[in-house]
Design a binder for this molecule. Structure first.
Ligand code: AHR
Length: 328
């Protein structure tokens, strides 16, 4: 279903200095985006990015549903998009599993589906395209950086994972674990979900401190908001962290505030997960609209940032210039 937009334009006639109103009709492409929720600064940036790119000025009518990290609500949102006959459906899957039935419903309705941000456990012929990040590689990067920095020294690691069942959690956990398995001198003392939220990160870190105080020298938080919560918990317990502290603090996302803490030396390493994906998704839709070939899978670019003064082959040192260029 395409909606019509009656656009009024003012055209200037340079010679006679008069203006006239003309109207034009443009197609508005309807897009339903089943967004994960609003659990993190990363997610807020991703929502804003979609709202900026899929605007009426750009020819789109965007229905963005915040599914509040509720898997059932997200399935219902997609079903509603199908009933409304959206031109395109975008899904950022909260959970990677359990999508076959609703994807089949979209297929039967002839509505193209683009999976965004996270991975989905479904056959690739059940959806049209995928645009997102590589959390497994992010986890490997975090592990390689830690190995490089420790250079054979012992590591007693606490990990605060993201949402259970999310591919961002699964990929980061598996990628980091693969590197950890190569190091007999590393022990992962514990790994619990903080649900990608600041409150969750703080609660898990408080409980870790009760169980492991004095026993750990590395904390890995699977997003920046969890890291802020963990920092609050360590501050309250008098535990020092960061480039000059007793505990190495690793985070993921590299949002503006996370990078500010990295520049300040409070976070040792922040592995980027890039939320700016909407323009790439729009490019795929434009190609579909034009009947042209499009990329079935597109990875957005990512890098890692470490505190100033830390030499690394896996991360660039934070600078004020990098921070100034980070809009989210
Ligand atoms: O899927 C991306 C992850 O989801 C980000 O790391 C996290 O902040 C968000 O909630």
């Amino acid at each position: 279903m395409k909606k019509k937009l009656a656009a009024m334009a003012v055209v200037g006639a340079a010679l006679c200095m008069s203006t006239m109103m003309v109207s034009a009709e443009e197609d508005l492409i309807t897009v339903g985006y089943a967004q994960v929720g609003h659990e993190s600064d990363w997610r807020t940036a991703n929502t804003q990015d979609y709202q900026n790119v899929f605007s009426e000025e750009n020819g789109y009518e965007l229905s963005l549903i915040d599914c509040d990290n509720d898997n059932a609500a997200q399935l219902e949102a997609v079903r509603n998009f199908i009933q409304q006959g959206m031109d395109y459906i975008i899904i950022a899957p909260i959970q990677s599993a359990g999508w076959d039935t609703v994807l089949q419903e979209a297929l039967d309705a002839g509505i193209p589906v683009i999976i965004a941000d996270r991975e989905i456990e479904a056959s690739e012929d059940m959806y049209d395209a995928w645009v997102g990040t590589d959390p497994h590689n992010e986890g490997v990067t975090a592990g390689n950086w830690l190995a490089e920095q420790l250079d054979g020294a012992e590591a007693n690691i606490l990990q605060i994972e993201g949402t259970v069942g999310a591919s961002a959690t699964i990929g980061r956990t598996e990628g980091f674990a693969e590197v950890a398995a190569e190091h007999d001198e590393w022990t992962i003392l514990d790994s619990q979900s903080g649900d990608f939220t600041q409150d969750g990160g703080q609660a898990v870190m408080e409980s870790f401190i009760k169980s492991y105080e004095g026993e750990f020298n590395v904390v890995v938080c699977q997003n920046d908001n969890e890291a802020y919560g963990a920092m609050d918990a360590m501050d309250a317990a008098g535990i020092t962290y960061g480039a000059d502290g007793d505990v190495i603090l690793i985070s993921y996302d590299a949002t503006h505030d996370g990078l500010q803490y990295t520049l300040d030396g409070k976070i040792n390493l922040d592995v980027e997960c890039n939320p700016i994906q909407a323009e790439t998704v729009k490019g795929v839709i434009e190609k579909m609209e034009a009947g042209e070939e499009f990329e079935a899978r597109t990875l957005v670019e990512e890098q890692a940032f470490c505190a100033p003064g830390i030499e690394s082959e896996y991360a660039v040192q934070m600078t004020q210039e990098i921070l100034d260029g980070r809009a989210y």
